[in-house]
Design a protein. Structure first.
Length: 123
């Protein structure tokens, strides 16, 4: 599970880095999830990351924090399909109207969280 948590954490960091460099490209990737299948794919990725973090927590550098983040991400993944496609579309429209600086800030946060999680789960 540590390897899965590490790979998915680096994936989050890579998406964050892409968003910092090119918010439009990241937005294009996110728009790819704008379908029922895409919403379920996002849910599966979140659930997988949450479960991986939860089970990787005992051997991590910050077991309590990694376990809590794992549970939070797992719950977010479980409720993602309930969020609904219409609400997801409205959120994307709102996000896109804020401009590239706003997107870069959120992408920077994703980059930071992804790198911190990767560091925490490294053996």
């Amino acid at each position: 599970m540590v390897l899965v948590a590490l790979v998915l954490s680096l994936f989050v960091a890579a998406l964050g880095a892409l968003g910092v460099v090119s918010p439009r490209r990241l937005f294009g990737i996110v728009r790819g999830f704008q379908s029922p299948a895409g919403l379920y794919a996002a849910a599966v990725l979140r659930v997988t990351l949450g479960v991986a973090l939860y089970f990787a927590a005992p051997t991590s550098r910050a077991p309590g924090a990694v376990r809590v983040l794992g549970v939070v991400i797992l719950v977010a993944g479980l409720i993602t399909p309930l969020f609904g496609l219409e609400r997801f579309t409205r959120m994307l429209d709102w996000w896109s109207r804020r401009g590239p600086a706003f997107m870069r800030i959120w992408a920077g946060l994703a980059l930071t969280i992804g790198l911190l999680l990767a560091y925490a789960v490294l053996p």
